[in-house]
Design a protein around this ligand. Structure first.
Ligand SMILES: O=C(O)CCC(=O)C(=O)O
Ligand SMILES: [Fe+2]
Length: 305
Protein backbone atom coordinates (compact mmCIF):
# COMPACT_ATOMS: atom_id res chain seq x y z
CA UNK A 1 0.00 0.00 0.00
CA UNK A 2 2.73 2.48 -0.71
CA UNK A 3 3.92 4.63 -3.54
CA UNK A 4 7.45 5.96 -3.24
CA UNK A 5 7.17 6.54 0.48
CA UNK A 6 3.51 7.57 0.74
CA UNK A 7 0.91 4.97 1.74
CA UNK A 8 -1.96 4.38 -0.68
CA UNK A 9 -5.36 3.48 0.77
CA UNK A 10 -8.14 1.91 -1.30
CA UNK A 11 -11.40 3.65 -0.33
CA UNK A 12 -13.47 0.99 -2.12
CA UNK A 13 -12.55 -1.44 0.69
CA UNK A 14 -14.83 0.60 2.97
CA UNK A 15 -17.89 -1.08 1.44
CA UNK A 16 -16.28 -4.53 1.19
CA UNK A 17 -17.21 -6.68 4.24
CA UNK A 18 -13.84 -8.48 4.05
CA UNK A 19 -11.80 -5.36 3.42
CA UNK A 20 -13.41 -2.88 5.82
CA UNK A 21 -11.39 -3.76 8.94
CA UNK A 22 -8.21 -4.06 6.91
CA UNK A 23 -8.78 -0.52 5.61
CA UNK A 24 -9.43 0.82 9.13
CA UNK A 25 -6.18 -0.74 10.34
CA UNK A 26 -4.28 0.73 7.37
CA UNK A 27 -5.86 4.11 8.04
CA UNK A 28 -4.81 4.04 11.69
CA UNK A 29 -1.26 3.15 10.70
CA UNK A 30 -1.16 5.79 8.00
CA UNK A 31 -2.30 8.44 10.47
CA UNK A 32 0.77 7.76 12.57
CA UNK A 33 3.48 7.21 9.98
CA UNK A 34 4.02 9.92 7.37
CA UNK A 35 1.87 12.99 7.41
CA UNK A 36 0.18 12.50 4.10
CA UNK A 37 -1.22 9.69 2.10
CA UNK A 38 -2.75 8.97 -1.23
CA UNK A 39 -6.32 7.75 -1.45
CA UNK A 40 -7.46 5.67 -4.37
CA UNK A 41 -11.02 6.27 -5.51
CA UNK A 42 -12.89 7.22 -7.90
CA UNK A 43 -9.24 35.77 -15.64
CA UNK A 44 -10.66 37.25 -12.74
CA UNK A 45 -9.88 37.01 -9.10
CA UNK A 46 -6.42 35.46 -9.31
CA UNK A 47 -4.77 35.70 -5.92
CA UNK A 48 -1.10 36.29 -5.17
CA UNK A 49 0.42 34.56 -2.21
CA UNK A 50 3.61 34.65 -0.15
CA UNK A 51 4.94 31.69 1.85
CA UNK A 52 7.94 31.92 4.20
CA UNK A 53 8.45 35.50 2.98
CA UNK A 54 8.92 34.38 -0.64
CA UNK A 55 6.39 35.11 -3.36
CA UNK A 56 4.78 31.90 -4.68
CA UNK A 57 4.75 31.29 -8.39
CA UNK A 58 1.13 30.36 -8.93
CA UNK A 59 -2.29 31.67 -9.79
CA UNK A 60 -5.39 30.57 -7.97
CA UNK A 61 -9.07 31.10 -7.80
CA UNK A 62 -11.28 30.11 -4.87
CA UNK A 63 -14.81 28.78 -4.88
CA UNK A 64 -16.64 28.69 -1.59
CA UNK A 65 -19.98 28.83 0.12
CA UNK A 66 -21.31 32.35 -0.27
CA UNK A 67 -21.56 33.77 3.25
CA UNK A 68 -22.98 37.13 4.25
CA UNK A 69 -20.86 39.89 5.83
CA UNK A 70 -21.43 39.77 9.57
CA UNK A 71 -18.69 41.99 11.00
CA UNK A 72 -19.26 45.72 11.32
CA UNK A 73 -16.71 48.52 11.69
CA UNK A 74 -18.37 49.61 14.91
CA UNK A 75 -17.22 46.43 16.64
CA UNK A 76 -19.71 44.54 18.79
CA UNK A 77 -22.82 43.98 16.75
CA UNK A 78 -25.86 42.96 18.71
CA UNK A 79 -26.42 39.40 17.66
CA UNK A 80 -29.74 38.72 19.36
CA UNK A 81 -31.71 40.33 16.55
CA UNK A 82 -30.40 37.95 13.94
CA UNK A 83 -30.86 34.22 14.14
CA UNK A 84 -27.98 33.58 11.76
CA UNK A 85 -25.52 35.40 14.04
CA UNK A 86 -25.88 32.72 16.71
CA UNK A 87 -24.73 34.87 19.63
CA UNK A 88 -21.29 35.66 18.19
CA UNK A 89 -19.11 38.40 19.58
CA UNK A 90 -18.31 40.64 16.62
CA UNK A 91 -15.76 42.70 18.49
CA UNK A 92 -13.47 39.74 17.67
CA UNK A 93 -11.44 40.76 14.67
CA UNK A 94 -11.35 37.28 13.11
CA UNK A 95 -14.95 37.71 11.99
CA UNK A 96 -13.44 39.93 9.29
CA UNK A 97 -12.75 36.76 7.31
CA UNK A 98 -16.51 36.25 6.77
CA UNK A 99 -17.67 37.70 3.42
CA UNK A 100 -18.13 39.37 1.08
CA UNK A 101 -16.78 36.70 -1.22
CA UNK A 102 -14.34 37.82 -3.88
CA UNK A 103 -14.67 34.60 -5.77
CA UNK A 104 -17.44 32.89 -7.72
CA UNK A 105 -19.98 30.84 -5.76
CA UNK A 106 -19.38 27.11 -5.52
CA UNK A 107 -22.43 26.51 -7.72
CA UNK A 108 -20.12 27.45 -10.63
CA UNK A 109 -18.36 24.13 -10.16
CA UNK A 110 -21.33 22.18 -8.94
CA UNK A 111 -20.34 18.85 -10.48
CA UNK A 112 -16.93 18.87 -8.83
CA UNK A 113 -18.42 19.95 -5.53
CA UNK A 114 -21.14 17.31 -5.71
CA UNK A 115 -18.55 14.59 -6.33
CA UNK A 116 -16.08 15.65 -3.66
CA UNK A 117 -18.45 16.62 -0.87
CA UNK A 118 -19.94 13.10 -0.40
CA UNK A 119 -16.53 11.51 -0.92
CA UNK A 120 -14.95 13.73 1.74
CA UNK A 121 -17.74 12.82 4.18
CA UNK A 122 -17.37 9.15 3.36
CA UNK A 123 -13.74 9.42 4.28
CA UNK A 124 -14.43 11.47 7.41
CA UNK A 125 -17.02 8.92 8.56
CA UNK A 126 -14.44 6.22 8.10
CA UNK A 127 -12.06 8.21 10.27
CA UNK A 128 -14.81 8.64 12.87
CA UNK A 129 -15.19 4.88 12.95
CA UNK A 130 -11.48 4.54 13.57
CA UNK A 131 -11.00 7.53 15.87
CA UNK A 132 -14.36 8.86 17.00
CA UNK A 133 -14.02 12.36 15.51
CA UNK A 134 -17.25 14.27 14.98
CA UNK A 135 -17.09 17.94 14.02
CA UNK A 136 -19.08 20.28 11.85
CA UNK A 137 -17.09 20.96 8.68
CA UNK A 138 -17.26 23.67 6.03
CA UNK A 139 -15.37 23.46 2.74
CA UNK A 140 -13.57 25.51 0.13
CA UNK A 141 -12.44 24.47 -3.33
CA UNK A 142 -9.57 26.15 -5.14
CA UNK A 143 -8.40 25.95 -8.76
CA UNK A 144 -4.64 26.41 -8.89
CA UNK A 145 -2.35 26.94 -11.89
CA UNK A 146 1.45 26.93 -11.75
CA UNK A 147 3.32 28.43 -14.69
CA UNK A 148 6.82 27.01 -15.36
CA UNK A 149 9.55 28.65 -13.29
CA UNK A 150 11.96 31.39 -14.42
CA UNK A 151 15.37 29.99 -13.49
CA UNK A 152 17.18 26.74 -14.23
CA UNK A 153 16.71 25.57 -10.67
CA UNK A 154 13.28 24.39 -9.44
CA UNK A 155 11.42 27.47 -8.10
CA UNK A 156 9.05 27.85 -5.17
CA UNK A 157 5.53 27.59 -6.59
CA UNK A 158 4.05 27.40 -3.13
CA UNK A 159 6.41 27.34 -0.16
CA UNK A 160 6.47 24.78 2.65
CA UNK A 161 3.30 25.12 4.70
CA UNK A 162 0.58 23.33 6.65
CA UNK A 163 -2.98 23.88 5.49
CA UNK A 164 -4.52 26.41 7.82
CA UNK A 165 -8.09 25.61 6.77
CA UNK A 166 -7.95 23.11 9.53
CA UNK A 167 -9.11 19.58 9.07
CA UNK A 168 -8.38 17.55 5.94
CA UNK A 169 -7.48 18.61 2.41
CA UNK A 170 -8.24 16.36 -0.57
CA UNK A 171 -5.82 17.39 -3.26
CA UNK A 172 -6.51 16.40 -6.85
CA UNK A 173 -3.61 16.90 -9.27
CA UNK A 174 -4.93 17.64 -12.75
CA UNK A 175 -2.74 16.00 -15.41
CA UNK A 176 0.66 14.41 -14.95
CA UNK A 177 2.84 17.35 -13.88
CA UNK A 178 5.00 16.65 -10.86
CA UNK A 179 6.15 19.12 -8.24
CA UNK A 180 4.24 18.34 -5.02
CA UNK A 181 6.50 17.31 -2.15
CA UNK A 182 5.66 16.19 1.39
CA UNK A 183 8.00 16.34 4.38
CA UNK A 184 8.35 12.91 6.00
CA UNK A 185 9.07 12.02 9.60
CA UNK A 186 12.84 12.20 8.96
CA UNK A 187 12.42 15.78 7.71
CA UNK A 188 13.17 14.68 4.15
CA UNK A 189 11.11 15.75 1.15
CA UNK A 190 9.19 12.89 -0.48
CA UNK A 191 7.77 13.43 -3.98
CA UNK A 192 4.01 12.95 -4.30
CA UNK A 193 3.61 12.59 -8.09
CA UNK A 194 0.12 12.19 -9.60
CA UNK A 195 -1.07 8.56 -9.46
CA UNK A 196 -4.01 7.72 -11.73
CA UNK A 197 -7.29 7.27 -9.85
CA UNK A 198 -5.99 8.79 -6.62
CA UNK A 199 -5.83 12.05 -4.77
CA UNK A 200 -3.65 13.14 -1.88
CA UNK A 201 -4.98 13.67 1.65
CA UNK A 202 -3.26 16.29 3.81
CA UNK A 203 -3.89 16.86 7.50
CA UNK A 204 -4.44 20.47 8.49
CA UNK A 205 -3.32 22.44 11.51
CA UNK A 206 -6.50 21.86 13.51
CA UNK A 207 -6.20 18.10 13.04
CA UNK A 208 -2.75 18.24 14.60
CA UNK A 209 -4.13 20.34 17.46
CA UNK A 210 -7.10 18.01 18.04
CA UNK A 211 -4.88 14.95 18.31
CA UNK A 212 -2.32 16.79 20.47
CA UNK A 213 0.27 16.23 17.72
CA UNK A 214 -0.19 12.45 17.52
CA UNK A 215 -1.09 13.13 13.90
CA UNK A 216 1.16 15.83 12.50
CA UNK A 217 -0.18 18.37 10.03
CA UNK A 218 1.25 17.68 6.59
CA UNK A 219 4.10 20.00 5.67
CA UNK A 220 4.01 20.24 1.87
CA UNK A 221 5.18 22.47 -0.96
CA UNK A 222 5.22 22.71 -4.75
CA UNK A 223 8.30 23.36 -6.85
CA UNK A 224 8.18 24.01 -10.58
CA UNK A 225 10.85 23.36 -13.20
CA UNK A 226 12.29 25.90 -15.62
CA UNK A 227 10.46 26.06 -19.00
CA UNK A 228 11.49 23.13 -21.20
CA UNK A 229 10.23 19.89 -22.75
CA UNK A 230 9.69 18.38 -19.26
CA UNK A 231 7.88 21.34 -17.82
CA UNK A 232 4.27 22.19 -18.58
CA UNK A 233 1.79 24.27 -16.68
CA UNK A 234 0.77 22.34 -13.57
CA UNK A 235 -2.81 22.50 -12.25
CA UNK A 236 -4.40 21.17 -9.08
CA UNK A 237 -7.74 21.32 -7.29
CA UNK A 238 -7.56 21.22 -3.49
CA UNK A 239 -10.80 20.61 -1.56
CA UNK A 240 -10.30 22.04 1.93
CA UNK A 241 -12.37 21.11 4.95
CA UNK A 242 -12.42 23.73 7.67
CA UNK A 243 -13.93 24.11 11.11
CA UNK A 244 -16.10 26.89 12.56
CA UNK A 245 -14.10 30.11 13.13
CA UNK A 246 -15.07 30.46 16.79
CA UNK A 247 -13.89 26.99 17.77
CA UNK A 248 -10.88 26.83 20.14
CA UNK A 249 -8.22 24.16 20.54
CA UNK A 250 -9.58 23.23 23.97
CA UNK A 251 -13.00 22.65 22.41
CA UNK A 252 -11.57 20.55 19.57
CA UNK A 253 -9.46 18.22 21.74
CA UNK A 254 -12.24 16.22 23.42
CA UNK A 255 -13.44 15.19 19.94
CA UNK A 256 -10.43 12.86 19.74
CA UNK A 257 -10.63 9.80 21.99
CA UNK A 258 -8.23 9.85 24.89
CA UNK A 259 -6.62 6.50 24.00
CA UNK A 260 -5.63 7.96 20.65
CA UNK A 261 -4.31 11.20 22.15
CA UNK A 262 -2.31 9.10 24.64
CA UNK A 263 -0.29 7.74 21.74
CA UNK A 264 1.52 11.06 21.72
CA UNK A 265 4.18 9.69 24.08
CA UNK A 266 5.21 7.34 21.28
CA UNK A 267 4.87 9.88 18.55
CA UNK A 268 7.59 12.36 19.35
CA UNK A 269 8.91 12.41 15.77
CA UNK A 270 8.17 16.13 15.31
CA UNK A 271 8.95 17.33 11.82
CA UNK A 272 10.43 20.74 12.14
CA UNK A 273 10.54 22.86 9.04
CA UNK A 274 11.95 26.33 9.59
CA UNK A 275 9.29 28.90 9.97
CA UNK A 276 6.24 26.84 8.93
CA UNK A 277 3.41 28.12 11.08
CA UNK A 278 1.62 25.89 13.55
CA UNK A 279 -1.88 26.18 14.84
CA UNK A 280 -1.27 24.80 18.36
CA UNK A 281 0.00 28.09 19.73
CA UNK A 282 -1.46 29.49 22.94
CA UNK A 283 -1.48 33.01 21.44
CA UNK A 284 -3.85 31.83 18.68
CA UNK A 285 -6.25 29.52 20.44
CA UNK A 286 -9.26 30.32 18.26
CA UNK A 287 -9.41 28.88 14.76
CA UNK A 288 -10.64 32.19 13.33
CA UNK A 289 -7.56 33.97 14.73
CA UNK A 290 -5.31 31.38 13.19
CA UNK A 291 -7.07 31.84 9.84
CA UNK A 292 -6.69 35.59 10.01
CA UNK A 293 -3.00 35.27 10.87
CA UNK A 294 -2.56 33.01 7.82
CA UNK A 295 -4.17 35.63 5.56
CA UNK A 296 -1.90 38.34 7.00
CA UNK A 297 1.19 36.23 6.46
CA UNK A 298 0.31 35.08 2.95
CA UNK A 299 -1.47 38.08 1.47
CA UNK A 300 0.18 41.34 2.55
CA UNK A 301 -2.68 43.42 1.14
CA UNK A 302 -5.19 41.67 3.44
CA UNK A 303 -3.33 42.92 6.50
CA UNK A 304 -3.40 46.49 5.21
CA UNK A 305 -7.15 46.67 4.61
O1 LIG B 1 -1.19 22.40 -5.87
C1 LIG B 1 -0.78 21.62 -5.03
O2 LIG B 1 -0.41 20.47 -5.32
C2 LIG B 1 -0.72 22.05 -3.57
C3 LIG B 1 -1.63 23.21 -3.24
C4 LIG B 1 -1.59 23.55 -1.80
O3 LIG B 1 -0.84 23.01 -1.03
C5 LIG B 1 -2.51 24.58 -1.25
O4 LIG B 1 -3.14 25.29 -2.02
O5 LIG B 1 -2.62 24.69 -0.01
FE1 LIG C 1 -1.51 23.31 0.99
Amino acid sequence: MSHRGLPILDLSLASDPNGHDVLLQQLREALLIPASYILRTVDTGYAEETTLNEKDLREQIDFATDLSVIWEQSGSVSSESSESNEGRDFSKVHWHVRGPNQWPPETEILEYHNTFQPMSYRFIHLMEEGLGECLSLKRRIKLVGYPPGHSNEPSQAVGAHKDSSGWLTFLYPVGQERGLGVLDTNSEWVAAPPVKGTFVVNFGNAFEAATESVVKATVHRVKVLAPGPESNRRCSIPFFQRLPLDLTISEIRPSTPEDFRNLRQNAEHLRSCGDVSSFPDSRWDRLGESQLRKWFRSHGNVGRT
